[in-house]
Design a protein around this ligand. Structure first.
Ligand code: ADP
Ligand code: 5GP
Length: 199
């Protein structure tokens, strides 16, 4: 395990169109990367998918609870992402991890990512690209978690999101999972070594 700056931790922003493989790739990154990564568990008003656990995949909140927390200023960023569902990064999640010197992984949509990158220019940012829109469509359908209308909504949004990919520090094409994982781990290990060296 590389010990980077254990005083302050590091924010890592991951974004890209829905279905591009972020969750799949991140699973590999968490297993294989040599820096002390932790996920930030977001809050959402979307209902859990089969197999998803509250407090692990998301904090699943009612609309009332989400907006009460929003009014109390508990989110670093929050947006309505798909089909009227809200998603947000909880300040408490991120602060706890950063104070422990962890590298906190924030998997967020493009609106959230741009907000976080503006608030935290020191964040390391990744955009996960699909090989093509056709492949993205195949993956979204193959996952089988969304109905036709939701798939179309996600594809329409994907085009706008891809247009913003240049704003991110690193763009990774997820053609093969193991290759994408390796590229990301190499970048993170290198960043950690640079921080350790600068100390
Ligand atoms: P996201 O988190 O970006 O919405 P997922 O990780 O859920 O995307 O992946 C969407 C679907 O595509 C899943 O069924 C996953 O198994 C599949 N998938 C992910 N990466 C690849 C890849 N490189 N090649 C083929 N299928 C992939
Ligand atoms: P899903 O419903 O597939 O889990 O996620 C849908 C979208 O919401 C994805 O693009 C995901 O990155 C995004 N998302 C998840 N958590 C957050 C969050 O805390 N903030 C923002 N802005 N987007 C999020």
């Amino acid at each position: 395990m590389i010990q980077p700056d254990t005083q302050t931790g590091q924010l890592i922003v991951f974004s890209g169109p829905s279905g591009t493989g972020k969750t799949t790739v991140l699973r590999g990154v968490f297993e294989r990367c040599r820096v002390p990564l932790v996920p930030s568990v977001s809050a959402t008003t979307r209902p859990p998918r089969p197999g998803e656990c509250d407090g692990v995949d998301y904090h699943f909140l009612s609309e009332e609870e989400f907006h009460a927390r929003r009014r109390r200023g508990e989110f670093l960023e929050c947006f309505e992402v798909y089909g009227g569902h809200w998603y947000g990064t909880l300040k408490a999640e991120v602060e706890r991890a950063l104070e422990a010197g962890k590298w906190v992984v924030l998997e967020v949509d493009v609106q959230g990512a741009l907000t976080l990158m503006e608030q935290h220019p020191e964040a390391i940012s990744f955009f996960i690209q699909p090989e093509s829109i056709e492949e993205l469509e195949r993956r979204l359908r193959g996952r089988g978690t969304e109905g036709e209308e939701a798939v179309q909504r996600r594809l329409a949004r994907a085009r706008d999101e891809i247009a913003l990919a240049r704003r991110y520090q690193f763009q990774i094409t997820n053609e093969r999972v193991d290759q994408a994982v390796e590229e990301i781990c190499d970048i993170l290990n290198q960043q950690a070594e640079m921080q350790a060296y600068a100390r």
